[in-house]
Design a protein around this ligand. Structure first.
Ligand SMILES: *[C@@H]1O[C@H](CO)[C@@H](O)[C@H](O)[C@H]1NC(C)=O
Ligand SMILES: *[C@@H]1O[C@H](CO)[C@@H](O)[C@H](O)[C@H]1NC(C)=O
Ligand SMILES: *[C@@H]1O[C@H](CO)[C@@H](O)[C@H](O)[C@H]1NC(C)=O
Length: 300
């Protein structure tokens, strides 16, 4: 459309006014066409946990859409699920593999007004922005549990959630299966009642947070973190926070040696108490006996 107008402008500058008149009338016909067949607008990708949907908006009318897609500027393939349909969304998840590639889509509009024999290149169509699912798909909030262990440590156990993708045998793939070593988790935590937050990055899905103060509650939040991605898409959605009381229970901290020591000391104390009691009783009994003897020795 714009090209055609530029072309007109060039011709006008070179050729006669008659030509300009022809051009203008051609232009007004094109504009009229455009009014009856609105193009797809606001074309964008929505992708969560590698489920990727192309959406667009359009003025209501009786035309249909056909979506084509291409990988790395290659050939266009028609999506069979999104062929001559009236919906304005198309789930392209299954077609966007391998994930770490650049994909483009093209939304073609067909209408009863348009001659069936017309060249497909003449159909009104709109290109999507480019999209790389591996680098741009949003990652939803993760589930995790926290468990206070002995003394000053908390174990954060994160579940790598499943995605919409499956492997060749049909097994659902989780985000760890897909992102592998690129997947880290960011764990943010704070001592309850304090405002200072600390972040740690964990390579694995089970993380140990240490050097916590015992006898205090700590609250934790977790988000998937993919440092290999562009800044804007590195961090997944933050989870809901989970809190744990870091037990001040010293007994749990003791090693086997300390336990043996403690039992030994307890036994010693017990033996001393028993011995003292026995000795005391014997002592008392003896004193009583002496008293009785002295009493009985007194003449009545
Ligand atoms: C990812 O989430 C952000 C924030 O909610 C949103 O603006 C963006 O469009 C999403 N990207 C995709 C590809 O869905
Ligand atoms: C983490 O949680 C899963 C189930 O939610 C459990 O099977 C696993 O043993 C836990 N791992 C650790 C180290 O606590
Ligand atoms: C604390 O617990 C971990 C396992 O949760 C264990 O490996 C470690 O030895 C314990 N530390 C002490 C000092 O008992």
């Amino acid at each position: 459309m714009r090209e055609r107008r530029d072309h007109c402008a060039n011709m006008a500058s070179v050729k006669t006014l008659l030509n300009l008149g022809l051009c203008l009338s051609a232009w007004s016909i094109t504009t009229a066409d455009e009014n009856t067949v609105p193009t797809a607008e606001n074309v964008h990708w929505m992708s969560l946990d590698f489920k990727t949907i192309l959406t667009w908006t359009s003025k209501p009318s009786d035309h249909t859409y056909t979506v084509l897609y291409a990988m790395d500027h290659g050939d266009w393939t028609e999506s069979l699920d999104c062929s001559q349909m009236s919906e304005t969304t198309c789930d392209l998840t299954a077609h966007l593999v391998p994930l770490d590639r650049t994909y483009s889509a093209d939304i073609q509009i067909e209408s009863a007004d348009i001659d069936d024999n017309s060249d497909p290149d003449d159909l009104p169509h709109t290109f999507s922005p480019q999209f790389n699912p591996y680098r741009e798909s949003n990652i939803s909030a993760v589930e995790f549990s926290v468990e206070a262990t002995n003394g000053s440590k908390v174990i954060v156990n994160i579940t790598d959630h499943v995605t919409a993708l499956h492997d060749a045998s049909g097994r659902p793939l989780n985000i760890r299966d897909i992102l592998q070593k690129d997947l880290k988790y960011k764990i943010s935590y704070y001592k309850s009642g304090s405002t200072g937050k600390r972040d740690i990055i964990s390579d694995s899905s089970v993380a140990e947070v240490s050097q916590l103060d015992s006898g205090q509650s700590y609250c934790f939040m977790v988000a998937a973190y993919i440092p290999s991605r562009p800044k804007a898409t590195q961090l997944g959605t933050w989870s809901k926070q989970q809190c744990a009381y870091v037990d001040g229970n010293v007994l749990q901290d003791l090693s086997l040696g300390a336990w043996v020591g403690a039992v030994f000391i307890l036994l010693t104390v017990l033996i001393i108490i028993v011995t003292v009691t026995v000795l005391c009783c014997r002592c008392c009994r003896q004193r009583n006996r002496t008293f009785q003897t002295s009493q009985s020795s007194v003449p009545v």
